[in-house]
Ligand binder design. Sequence first.
Ligand code: TEU
Length: 520
Amino acid sequence: MRGIIEKMDYMVDLGVDILWLNPIYKSPNDDNGYDISDYYQIHEEYGTLDDLVELLDLLHSRGMKLVMDMVINHSSDEHEWFRASKQNDSNEYADYYIWRSGKSGGPPNNWPSFFGGSAWEYVESRDAYYLHLFTKKQPDLNWENPNVQKEFDRILKYWLDLGIDGFRLDVIPLLSKDLSFVDSPYDDFGDTVSYIYSNGPHIHKYLKGINDRVFSKYDILTVGEGPGITKELANLYVGDDRNELDMIFQLEHMFIDHGPDGRFDPKPFALADLKALLNEWDAAIGDRGWLSVFLDNHDFPRMVSRFGNDGPYRVQSAKMLAMMILTMRGTPCIYFGSEIGMTNVSFPSISDYRDVETHNFYQLYREKGLTEDHFLELVERQGRDNVRTPMYWDASANGGFTDGIPWIKVNPNYLQINVDTDASSEDSIRKFYKDLLAWRKQHLAVVYGSYVPIWVEHPSLFAYVREGEKELLLVVLNFSDSPVQLPQPSQVEGMKMEISNYNVEDNIFAPWEGRIYKKV
Ligand code: TEU
């Protein structure tokens, strides 16, 4: 947090409004803080509670807000609740988690963990299995238990009374499971998430309860991370008449290239698939709900590597992707480093990676006979550590991130991709973000306007119209390495080009060229 305080001017100057911090609570870091062992303590490696209060006051004084990450689906197995719960089935915490006896010595059913292997772990002292949809050090909490609900009312109020401005709620649709625990009939992980783990029978009762007892008492923002929330169910979470959440991160596009075995079983996808998916989501949410718009975060590869071109067109495609996330309908979420076009990383050895998901699947794939080199290719393309290397401020040691030893290696390309080098370039990506963010604040059609996709069948262009009370905007984005002819030049007649990453106004879109037009 001292580092964020030190770089406050950098964020304010960029023009962002809200800072989302991944979990900073006490944690053994089995899953980088998404395994909380004390919900009321700040993990000392991030600083102290005083540091957080100083950061919060500084953000507020600069007109910004702080949204903290909250993980209420599971805790760490080192939390005092679980330490007690696993002792026996009679103490007050016995039913804070989900325990079941096995079937003929095996787990209660075939549910897989997100992070490989069974979602059940046996504990001798209870002669029973507990459910963990993530690592075995992340036991799922039993939200059927009113005492669990009361615990989290207190926890959420504690942080809100400290003055934070909202929560990003981890894996929120998983809180309620179908407790019949029938075997999953799916061998496709994605379907298991969507139809078995998510959107359980009591999820809306739980969320309405939390909103009624806690969130509704504060002027805050709530955003739920929504693995498994489908288009058809989304407005049950964010509909303006639902009193549950303000918005969700829908993840369907994040899974677009995941094969049946998940992220390390990648499959190809076309722009047409991405366009169709995002357009269907906008139509499903419509005017009644609200989404956050993003193309990467701490769980998915760098967007310029995954959806752009991090080679010869890194700068242009980074800017074009920014135009998309900052003009689609919804609240944009910019992951740190996107503003300087940070890319995926390629470490030479599996020991250079830190992510538990990567290591778990590495073991599983090695057991299946895959070589380290083959798995490293999958990690370079799909792994979460791609987005978890440090921020690069300059070309000094460790990118100026620390004069200590960073918890994970830096990307060797930090010598070319860092804030200082970007700032000295006439093609600065960060300056493009800054100008676009400032422009966005002056054109509220991007915030409140309608969203109408056009040229939906075009294989390379992603184009849509945003129309508000006072203005009509047309966004045209070339998601390809090739020049593309504008399909209907008449479409831009009577339009003025407001924003472009090439600043050329003809009928040919250069590779990764984006333009925002305004009807005059
Ligand atoms: O992620 C859960 C989730 O569904 C996706 O982000 C993705 O499936 C996951 O990264 C596994 O591939 C949330 C957090 O964002 C993630 O960092 C945590 O590891 C996870 O929950 C468990 O808390």
